[in-house]
Design a protein. Sequence first.
Length: 126
Amino acid sequence: MRKFAMTAVGIAAAVIGTGVALAPTASAATEAAEATAGTTATCPSGAVCLREPNGSILSKNIWYSYGAHNLSNVTGTKVLINSQTGGAGFAICKGYNGTNCYPVQRYTGAYLPYDFTPINSIVLVK
C-alpha cells in the first residue's frame, strides 16, 4: 500500500504541475466494494469510461479503440476510469480531435472527480 500511495502522490504531483488535477483514487478496493454494493457502475475491461455523479456510466461515454474520441454534451464533474489492459493510457484534451492535450495517464482504475466542462476529447493510446 505504501508503494501505491507514493506512486499516486507522484502521479498527482506530475499532473498538477501541468495545470490539471486528475489523479487516481486512493483505493481500487473501495471502488470494488461500491460496485459489489450496487452503488457504482463498473467500466468494462479494455475500456476507458466516464462515470456520472449518480454512479452510472452512459454507453456514449465508454471507449475501446485507440485514437481521439470527441465529447458531446459532457459537462460538469465526472469520474474517469481507465480499465484498459497492457499498460494502455489516455489523455484528456481541451481541443477536439485530440488537440491541446494534458499528459498521458496510464494508471488503471478510477481517478478523482474532475470538471469535464473545458474538455472536448479523450485520446486512448497504447
